[in-house]
Design a protein around this ligand. Structure first.
Ligand SMILES: [Zn+2]
Ligand SMILES: [Zn+2]
Length: 344
């Protein structure tokens, strides 16, 4: 089968002919129908050392972890998936036995397989995952919607736990994850949604996805001043930039007792300014988020898409065949698009 492969620590991937995966007892093999490029795949593409080391198993490996496809082969012990099923994969492949798995939080598994990281991923004609990470798609869901459940799922807990209904929220960083957060906050009835980014095209998309106010932080680096002036303080920040200054500005916009969800990955250490004021006395909750809870967030993400309340029209901007992966990655890197798909 054709697959995009990472062969070394240099920039780039290769298109190679590799053997189709053979399922073990509990594995599920799919014919990939749609796959999407995630920020982490871009890190693998350029080989961002700080991000990649420790996440990747060995070379060569197939990247890609957001996909949907049709089941074409299953292991003998697979029970809840059958041939012909339309499925998506969670990138977390929990072990099922560790402390966190036993505590009912498999998405925080201490011995986690990471699809497309330390287990071969989906930028290929066929892909394989263990049954524990497989989700059967509901009736009527398209392949592209199915492939978006994994990234959309990332923002489900942050947006639900922010109790956005008739609240004012700010989404900092308007890449695909930020756009999903905006669309979902809008679907859940947020009163006002600020979107902050440095890319005018992405701010335009943010408006289309439901942002009521957009701020270009290239022009207004200290954007908290604007938000505080207009609102007197907001209820929640969903932080999807990973940028130190933006994180501090986000904290400054919050009302006392409010919360910030850290969804973006900071590259390296960050310093919080005046933590006494903005965290301790502010009674601020800062919460992390690793992917989707399994499978509560999937249920919500599926309903968000099937209801049409979260629409992919202004999130998926490009589609490329597998052979044109280089073009796809360059577009995704350039910031000229939003979600970029590979259709094997
Ligand atoms: Zn992802
Ligand atoms: Zn585990």
């Amino acid at each position: 089968m054709k697959a995009v492969v990472k062969t070394n620590r240099e920039k780039g991937f290769e298109l190679r002919d590799v053997p189709r995966p053979k399922p073990g007892l509990r594995d599920v093999v799919i014919r990939v129908k749609a796959a999407a490029i995630c920020g982490s795949d871009l890190n693998f593409y350029v080989w961002d050392k700080g991000f990649c080391e420790g996440l990747v198993g060995s070379f060569p490996f197939i990247p890609g972890h957001e996909c949907a496809g049709e089941v074409v082969e299953i292991g003998e012990a697979v029970t809840h998936v059958k041939l012909g099923d339309h499925v998506a994969f969670d990138s977390h492949i929990p072990c099922g036995h560790c402390k966190m798995c036993q505590l009912g939080k498999p998405h925080l598994c201490q011995d986690m397989g990471l699809f497309g990281h330390n287990i071969d991923g989906c930028f290929a004609e066929y892909a394989m995952a263990r049954e524990t990470g497989v989700r059967v798609l509901p009736e009527g869901m398209t392949w592209e919607q199915g492939a978006m459940l994994e990234p959309l799922g990332v923002v489900v807990r942050p947006v639900f736990e922010s109790e956005v209904g008739m609240s004012t929220v700010c989404v900092t960083g308007c890449g695909p994850i930020g756009q999903f957060a905006i669309a979902l906050a809008s679907a859940l009835g947020a009163y006002r949604i600020y979107a902050v980014d440095i890319n005018p095209m992405r701010l335009e998309l943010a408006r289309k996805n439901g942002a009521t106010d957009v701020i270009n932080s290239k022009d207004y680096a200290d954007f908290s001043e604007i938000i505080l002036k207009e609102t007197g303080g907001i209820d929640a920040v969903i932080e999807a930039s990973g940028n130190e200054h933006v994180i501090n500005e986000g904290l400054h916009t919050l009302l006392r007792g409010a919360r910030m969800f850290m969804v973006g990955n900071p590259h390296g250490d960050i310093t919080i300014k005046d933590p006494k004021r903005y965290i301790t006395l502010g009674e601020t909750t800062i919460k992390g988020n690793w992917g989707r809870s399994m499978f509560w967030t999937w249920d919500k993400a599926e309903k968000a898409l099937l209801s049409g309340k979260v629409n992919l029209e202004h999130i998926i901007t490009h589609r490329f065949p597998l052979e044109k992966f280089e073009e796809a990655f360059e577009i995704a890197l350039s910031g000229k698009g939003c979600k970029v798909l590979l259709i094997p």
